[in-house]
Design a protein around this ligand. Sequence first.
Ligand SMILES: Nc1ncnc2c1ncn2[C@@H]1O[C@H](COP(=O)(O)OP(=O)(O)O)[C@@H](O)[C@H]1O
Ligand SMILES: [Mg+2]
Length: 358
Amino acid sequence: MSIASDMLKSSETLFSNSDALDPDFVPKLLPHREGQQQYIALAIKPLFLDRNGKNLLIRGASGIGKTAATKRVLYDLEEAEESDKVPQVFVNCWTQDTTFKILCNVANKLGFKFTHNMNTSEVLEKIKEILKKKNGIVLAFDEVDKAEDYDFLYLLSEEISKKAILLITNDFSWGDDLDPRVKSRLLPELVDFPEYSLAETENILLERVKYAFYQNVWENDAVKRIAEQSFKFKDIRIGIVLLKVAGELAENAASKKVKLEHAEKAITKTDAIKIKASTDLTDEERLVLDLCKIHTGKIFGAFYEEYQRSGGKKSDRTVKRNLDRLENRKLIKQEPVTEGLQGRSSKIIYIGFEKKLS
Ligand SMILES: Nc1ncnc2c1ncn2[C@@H]1O[C@H](COP(=O)(O)OP(=O)(O)O)[C@@H](O)[C@H]1O
Ligand SMILES: [Mg+2]
């Protein structure tokens, strides 16, 4: 065998379908999430039989398949059942973050586009009117903790009779401070998404390699190395980005195989902490976290002054709320202190993604 036959020609590629490595790609099969998918499907199925659905709280850390598993169930049901009778609406509350925007989004997805001159209750009436001709509706609210207000949950649970509401979050304390009226209306059942083991992580990435690359392109130890890194950050997204980067590095080196050296190089080139942060936090939370890193140890009042000095525009209440969210994700700690005449305040201690790993 000559050296040339080991080399990739410039017209050749290792990727059979690089779309399978896109962040929004939803694979047909999600290994190790079969139980959760079945649970979600069972909450929706009654709607097809003229009964009421169940509401679920789908909870787990980020990058462990909550969005993908939920979307997979909705796509599959859409194909298998008479989906016209039970429309399914998936809303991301990170981009649609107020009650008005969320209801408009629901109406739009139900086929009604003329919401711009309407107010909240008019949009809600329109949704109800459309649903009169249906069996019910599936409403999935992804990243629900990112919404600025939760009136939409009250309105929808109060005004729509047949439904399954799926609430997806990576904030483990989300819902604790929800209005009791909303809570008692929703009574969601908890669907837990536990973290993947190293073996499961490797399995999932091996599966993804089959979707995205030609056969036998990957050497085993290369996938293993990427699985380790993905497992270290407890986030499949990082593994998928690394598969892509390593594949490109191999291709650029005209290698017919993705080898351990390409995996290693991809790991040094890719800032996993940034990937994790960008998928975990809103811009505002990110800004507050960056400031916590610089001003760790400061009392809230002094911290808020620094926040304003660096161009932050939100009220101290909003900043406090963002600090609480960061604390819920264990990215910072707030230690209560008694501060002279001002009474009680808290001291902000930065933890960050880096320390979470060790
Ligand atoms: N069990 C699995 N099988 C295949 N791919 C998975 C699995 N779990 C997660 N993924 C992939 O990992 C990435 C992160 O999953 P995602 O559903 O977005 O996480 P979450 O919503 O929990 O933050 C997505 O690209 C998803 O397709
Ligand atoms: Mg998600």
